[in-house]
Write a protein that binds this ligand. Structure first.
Ligand SMILES: [Cu+2]
Length: 173
């Protein structure tokens, strides 16, 4: 009978092909995490503040657009991607997109990572780990150092103290 040996030969050939394919795939694995994060920092906060924000420069070192769709950190149960429009912050629709080779700076008064519902204080010098989730399934991690920052408070609590055009009568004096 020749049936059985022939079957074995076919199976062996298939196995070799599968092994070759796997080796090839691992060599060509796509490089996830194509953003470089420079000068990251996070604003100090007390538990009463409940909120903080993280900043830094995101540089896309790849030749394709990269979109940050979410962010996480052990320091905060919820992080939103915010932009500031007309002096008020809001969630950035669609996340932060950085074109190939370009940079996006997160800074007070502009784009930022908003930390919501802080369970404990962030003190000057603290190192806070963050993970940025990308639309392609990749992730980028970075560590931000906490520092005191007094500006941009109006962006966080919607107070009108900085708004000279407000028709509301100031209560002070
Ligand atoms: Cu915000």
């Amino acid at each position: 009978m020749f049936t059985r040996p022939r079957f074995l030969a076919t199976a062996a050939a298939t196995l070799v092909a599968a092994t070759a394919l796997a080796g090839c795939a691992s060599d060509d694995a796509p490089a996830a995490g194509t953003l470089e994060v420079t000068d990251p920092w996070v604003k100090t906060a007390t538990p009463e503040d409940m909120m903080s924000a993280a900043f830094g420069t995101l540089t896309n070192t790849s030749d394709e657009d990269v979109t940050v769709v979410a962010a996480t950190s052990d320091a905060s149960p919820e992080i939103q991607l915010h932009e500031v429009v007309g002096g008020e912050m809001q969630e950035k629709d669609g996340g932060f997109t950085i074109a190939a080779g370009e940079s996006l700076t997160l800074e007070p008064g502009g784009y930022h990572l908003m930390l919501m519902g802080l369970p404990e204080a962030i003190e000057a010098g603290d190192e806070v780990d963050f993970t940025l989730e990308l639309s392609d399934g990749g992730a980028v991690t970075f560590t931000a150092t906490a520092k005191d920052f007094d500006g941009a408070n109006e962006d966080y609590d919607h107070e009108d103290s900085m708004d000279m055009g407000s028709s509301e009568e100031p209560a002070e004096g």
